[in-house]
Structure formats: C-alpha cells, structure tokens
Design a protein around this ligand. Structure first.
Ligand SMILES: [Zn+2]
Length: 396
C-alpha cells in the first residue's frame, strides 16, 4: 500500500462529477428507501440537482452531514514517525468538538492540492473523520439550522453529557433487537450506519471509476469508520450484559438513565484502553505484539453486499457483547465501569487507564482485557480488509 495519489480539493471532484454524483445519490436513495426500515427520505429541497451550482455546501446538504466542518485536505502523521520540519494543524482547525484523548494526541498535517499522499495515509486519516462531528447536530431538536431541515426527526437516543452525543444513532446500529425490545423501545430502530456505509461506498466507487482516486480512498475511509464502529459490541447492542427482561424492568422503573451511563462509561473506557495499548505497541515498533497482529494478519477479499455485510458483522458483535462487557466489568476499576454517577469522558483518567487497571486489578487484568480486545480487532480486521479491497477492485 505504498502507492500514492494526489490530494484533490473537494470542489474539483464536485464540479467534474456533477452528473455522476446526481446519479449515484439517486440510486443510493432508492436503495435506502427499499432496504432500510425507518429510512427518512432526503427532502427534495436538499437533493443534488444538476441545475444547481456544484458547491460543497450543496453536497453536504445532499448527503446530510454537518456542514460546519472544514473537510480540508490533511493526513494524520503515524505515531512512530518524526514530524520535524513539517507544519502541523491544531485539532481546532479540523473540528468544532473538544476532541477525544486520541484525537488531541494525533498530529495532523495539512496537504495542498496535488500533494502526493499514500493510500494508507488517506484511508487511515479519513477513517477517523466521521468522529470529527460529521454526524453531530443532525436531528431537529439539536438546535441547528441544518438539523431543522434534514428530516431525521428528534434524537432517538444518546448520552447528553457528551458534545458528540447526538451522533450516536449514525454510529450505532441495533439491527438484531428481539421483538419485545422493538415494541417497547421503537426509537432504537432509528439507526443509520448502514445508510452511511452504502452512501460512502457508492461515492467511492464513482470516484474510482472516474479517476478521482484521492476521493475514492477518502470516501472509503469515511465508510470504514462506520464498518469499524459496528464491529464494536457497544455499537451493536444497546445494553450489553442486560437481558431483555431486565432491560424492560429498567424502563418500567425509570432507571434507564443509570444503565445508559454505565454502558457509556464501559464503552469509553475500553476505547481509551485499546487506543493506548495499540499506540504503545506501534510506537515501540513491537510488531509481534498480539494486539498488532490482530489488526494486520487477516487478509480476506471476498466482496459482500452492504446489507449482508452489516447484518453479518453486527450479528457477531451481538454475540460477543455479553462476554466483552463482563470482561470489562471484571477487570477495570469499579469506579470507572460500575458507578452510574461517574462520567468517564473528560474525567482525566483516560490517558492513564492502563496504569489504573494495572495498579488496582493487577497484570492478569491487563492480559484479560487485551484478550477481549484482540477478539474484536480480529473481527474488525477481516471486514476492514474486505472493505478496503473495494478500492482495488473498482479502480481497475
Ligand atoms: Zn464513530
């Protein structure tokens, strides 16, 4: 993957492919209406129309993302690489969010139009971009002008303590709820990662087929984010480790708030933990570390349809959820994962999470958490390599 592509401004892709984009978005819309239950149709006034100027603002409205992000040309610098002599972009020039620990620690480098950049860098950088705020503020009760017209209705669920809380229904997909939960909590059905995956997959295909490889890989990277999210049990099951019956009891007793806080904290803790275990192995160049092998050694290239892929990978995530949740509950200090009055995000414990586990739960806890994370990363790696193979296939 050392091949490079030339960075291309979005404006150039949009004006060159105005007609192709219209066709692609129309067919994604048809597909979504037919395939995705509860898909809210794109309001006509937002449609990408050949009669309009092909501007980024029109494009963001047509694909219904947050239009206030800069969506600039940039890449993440790999953690192990020295950046001496290169100018770095502050996080605030990429996102309006306060930023997670991993994002604040990442070094971002601006690209100019035409700069060569490796495919691996484009995919890796773009795959984090949907967490920059692309899906924040899209519901009509989020107090944004665009949310008011996007047609997604009111926020179905999410943790209001988080500045990115309203993106949850786009990054979580509860595609395997039992009938009882569907009946009692119908708002959980209003999730949209399958739509995002199909949308960015089809835009990538269009870009590759028309010689806009940079945008092909960037769209593929955007789609990969949602694919990756869905391999994470906390993105595929609303309350891991809680049975349907107990879940309904919580609803009946008005205790869902506590349960949601615990789930949100476990979700955050394990992502911080995984991030630190992975980056430390990367920085140390420890290529035989099991946690790195889990991401790298899974070549599969069989293509699958969007819905079959999402259905299969979320089924596996659902199956993994209870034991994953139990491993986190048993091996992380109680305060972080079993106290509903505690908010993990912004607690200040994120960067030392591995040390806190080690101190309070011992080395065996680190071993057990590593093993739990490795199982999820292996599943991710299989789907990710399949997803990235789309690029090679449609570029030929
Ligand atoms: Zn996400």
């Amino acid at each position: 993957m050392e091949q490079t592509v030339a960075a291309e401004p979005l404006e150039a892709f949009l004006s060159a492919q105005q007609a192709g984009i219209a066709q692609t978005l129309e067919s994604v819309e048809m597909w979504s209406l037919n395939t995705i239950a509860h898909y809210p149709p794109t309001p006509q006034s937002l449609e990408w129309d050949r009669a309009n100027e092909p501007t980024p603002a029109r494009f963001f409205a047509a694909i219904r993302v947050n239009p206030t992000l800069p969506y600039r040309l940039y890449v993440d610098e790999p953690p192990a690489q020295s950046v001496s002599g290169r100018s770095l972009l502050p996080w605030q020039s990429l996102s309006f969010l306060s930023g997670g620990n991993s994002q604040l620690a990442t070094r971002y480098r601006a690209l100019a139009a035409g700069d060569p950049v490796t495919i691996a860098e484009v995919i890796a950088s773009a795959s984090d971009e949907p967490d920059f705020g692309m899906d924040v503020g899209l519901f009509e009760d989020n107090g944004t002008a665009f949310g008011a017209v996007y047609g997604f209705g009111e926020t179905p669920f999410g943790n209001d303590n988080l500045d990115y809380g309203s993106q949850a229904p786009f990054h979580m997909g509860f595609y395997h709820l039992d009938w009882l939960t569907r009946m009692a909590q119908p708002d959980l059905l209003r999730t949209y990662p399958l739509w995002r995956i199909a949308l960015f997959g089809e835009l990538a295909d269009l870009a590759f087929q028309t010689g806009h490889d940079y945008w092909g890989w960037r769209f593929l990277g955007w789609g990969l984010h949602y694919v990756g999210d869905l391999t994470q049990p906390y993105h595929a099951v609303p309350l891991p480790g809680v049975s349907t019956f107990d879940g309904l009891l919580l609803v009946a007793r008005g205790q869902t708030g506590e349960a949601i806080q615990l789930v949100s904290n476990r979700h955050g803790v394990i992502e911080s933990y995984q991030y630190h275990r992975l980056t430390r192995a990367l920085v140390a160049g420890d290529w035989s570390a099991p946690i790195l092998l889990a991401v790298s050694a899974q070549p599969t290239e069989t293509p699958l349809s969007y819905d079959a892929m999402v259905h299969a990978l979320t089924a596996e995530s659902v199956e993994a959820a209870a034991s994953f949740d139990a491993a986190i509950e048993a091996n992380v200090p109680e305060r972080f994962v079993s106290d509903p009055n505690f908010e993990w995000t912004g607690s200040g414990y994120e960067s030392g999470v591995v040390e806190h586990v080690l101190e309070q739960k011992g080395p065996v806890a680190v071993q057990r958490l590593d093993n739990a994370v490795i199982v999820q990363l292996q599943r991710f790696s299989v789907v990710a390599s399949r997803w990235i193979a789309r690029g090679g296939a449609s570029a030929e």
